[in-house]
Design a protein around this ligand. Structure first.
Ligand SMILES: [Zn+2]
Ligand SMILES: [Zn+2]
Ligand SMILES: [Zn+2]
Length: 423
């Protein structure tokens, strides 16, 4: 091995040792710097359900500067975030620019919100000033902290200073009978709009078909209803008139109300007038059955005048205590015929003969056959002979019954006039 070769190897070894020492030293320096320069950071997992976190219970030293504000879900309870603890002044620049400013509930910020601590580089142009409820900001809002000069060119100054005049109200969500609705109020000066809740109308809306609750029967009212189309709860009802239509079985009984059909036919009779009214006081049951204990009381027609007439009758159904139970029956009447014929009556006026002596000759006697018992025959003579000769002894007749009523028409009358003769 030559001398130069040995130097060469030694040289390599020295270089190797130097390199190793240098590497170790550099590593130690890096480690030392890292430990000294960075505070220990909480190791927040990426999947924290921020919207379910009880913010108020966080420890004093919670690292708000590590909260991924820009990624928090929309339903984060912003009003619970203890904004006064958020280290606004130490928020990294890039984080401040990502704050979800439009989601911060400015009106619910605590009174002791550290406005003065807002980072200077807060992206003012991103604050949705139009949405800031200025009237509800705390009285100690540090207006002097707002870097007005940094606001964007298109900043809506009027929205900040406007005393709104809401003249336009736009429908948004209509109120219903039980639920409030929403309207959009638009300021005519600045265009600012805000939703406002409206009262429920309190008026149910009934439309459409009535639906049966209880159907009407032949005799009982039914009930139908319909439900409010808005709340589906309130309902209105109305009664349905009874149908009046019975459902009779083969025996004539309504299977809904028990009404019983009856058909009754009165008898017939014929006679010649005899002064006694004609009647036929009997009936026949043509159809239907009486309930046990029920009986019929009938009232019939009496015929006094020669004619053919229906034997009209009416009945009352009574129970065994005499109570009228006719309303349990639907009665159909059929009528027999009453036929009263005329009675023959012959009235014969008298004959008379006399010598003329200047006086009129009359004869007021008569015979009759056929007058009914109880009737009265009244004969009125019209003839009086006043000169020699002959004439019929003419008379008119009228028959009255015992009540004085004219019953002449009930007779077939034959008048046989006698003769008056003056010689
Ligand atoms: Zn306005
Ligand atoms: Zn309703
Ligand atoms: Zn019925």
């Amino acid at each position: 091995m030559s001398k130069s070769a040995i130097f060469y190897i030694l040289g390599l070894l020295v270089v190797l040792v130097l390199v190793l020492v240098g590497l170790l030293t550099a590593n130690a320096v890096v480690n030392a710097r890292g430990t000294a320069a960075e505070k220990p950071r909480f190791d927040l997992p990426s999947d924290i359900p921020w919207n379910r976190i009880p913010w108020k219970e966080f420890p004093e030293d919670f690292p708000y500067d590590q909260v991924p504000w820009e990624d928090l879900p929309e339903d984060t309870p912003w009003e619970q975030v203890p904004w006064e603890k958020v280290p606004w002044d130490v928020l990294p620049d890039e984080l401040a620019s990502k704050l979800p400013l439009e989601s911060i509930p400015w009106d619910v910020l605590p009174d002791d919100m550290p406005w003065d601590s807002l980072p200077e580089d807060l992206p003012w142009d991103k604050i949705p000033w139009e949405s800031v409820p200025w009237s509800e900001l705390p009285t100690d809002f540090p207006w002097e902290s707002v870097p007005w000069e940094e606001l964007p060119d298109d900043f809506n100054w009027q929205a900040v200073t406007c005393e709104h005049l809401f003249t336009e109200i736009l429908p948004y969500i209509p109120a219903t009978c039980v639920n409030s609705g929403w309207e959009i109020y638009v300021c005519e000066k600045c265009g600012y709009s805000e939703p406002r809740e409206t009262e429920p109308t309190g008026v149910h809306v009934y439309e459409g078909e009535w639906l049966p609750v209880n159907p009407a029967t032949c005799v009982e009212e039914g009930l139908e209803h319909r439900v409010c189309v808005q709340c589906n709860v309130a309902e209105e009802t109305q009664t349905i008139s009874p149908t009046g239509v019975h459902n009779f079985d083969v025996g004539g009984k309504c299977d809904m109300c028990g009404l019983q059909q009856l058909t009754l036919r009165s008898g017939s009779a014929t006679k010649q007038y005899d002064g006694i009214p004609l009647s036929a006081e009997n009936y026949q049951k043509v159809f239907g059955t009486l309930q046990s204990g029920h009986s019929i009381v009938a009232v019939y027609t009496q015929l006094n005048v020669v004619s053919v007439a229906a034997n009209v009758f009416s009945v009352t159904v009574v129970d065994d205590e005499g109570n009228d139970v006719s309303d349990k029956y639907q009665i159909t009447y059929e009528y027999g015929a009453l036929t009263l014929t005329k009675k023959e009556l012959i009235v014969t006026t008298c004959n008379a003969t006399a010598q003329f002596d200047g006086n009129a000759l009359v004869c007021h006697d008569y015979n009759q056959t056929g007058l009914a018992e109880g009737d009265v025959l009244k004969v009125t003579f019209v003839s009086a002979l006043t000169e020699r000769g002959t004439c019929a002894n003419v008379a008119t007749v009228r028959i009255e019954n015992s009540k004085g009523e004219d019953v002449t028409a009930n007779y077939a009358i034959t008048l046989v006039f006698g003769t008056l003769t003056l010689t």
